[in-house]
Design a protein around this ligand. Structure first.
Ligand SMILES: [Zn+2]
Length: 158
């Protein structure tokens, strides 16, 4: 939950234009290096992400459904629809966790931490809810004579 956001803001506080340029650059590098879902997650057959954005007053602001198949390019982020104007939600980590744990359904979420306008102490407070549904391809057969795939073997890792 707490890791839903990637902090992009540096201490020096870049202005909005710089952030926009940076974001465009991020998007570009993602797109040029990204490729399709199946290249990144070979065992994912289909990935459906439902995003809902709520205002701090719990009003539904926007809803987005992404239905990504193995041959489709993917995007695991979204701009905040709130008043901040430059917030950004990144749920690539939530997707990565769901894939690693082979979870068919998982949910994630977070609150936009951007100031409501430059220099404001009040934060945007928009809330994103993210529902991740995954259809997996079967794992390759275990080597003959080997034990069954260890389930949850790394659950206790820090
Ligand atoms: Zn925001």
């Amino acid at each position: 939950m707490a890791r839903f956001f990637k902090k992009r803001r540096k201490n020096a506080g870049p202005n909005k234009n710089e952030e926009k340029v940076q974001r465009a650059a991020d998007a570009l590098s993602r797109e040029s290096s990204g490729g399709v879902l199946g290249a990144r997650y070979p065992f994912v057959k289909r990935l459906k992400i439902t995003l809902q954005f709520f205002s701090p007053q719990q009003t539904l602001l926007d809803e987005k459904v992404m239905d990504i198949k193995a041959n489709d390019p993917y995007r695991f982020d979204a701009d905040c629809p709130g008043r901040c104007g430059n917030g950004h939600f990144d749920f690539s980590e939530a997707v990565a966790n769901a894939v690693t744990r082979r979870r068919n359904l998982s949910e994630s979420g977070g609150v936009c931490p951007q100031p409501i306008f430059a220099g404001a102490s009040q934060t945007c407070g928009c809330q994103a809810k993210c529902r991740i549904e995954i259809d997996f391809l079967p794992l390759p057969a275990a080597p003959a004579g080997g034990p069954a795939a260890p389930a949850g073997g790394q659950a206790a890792s820090a």
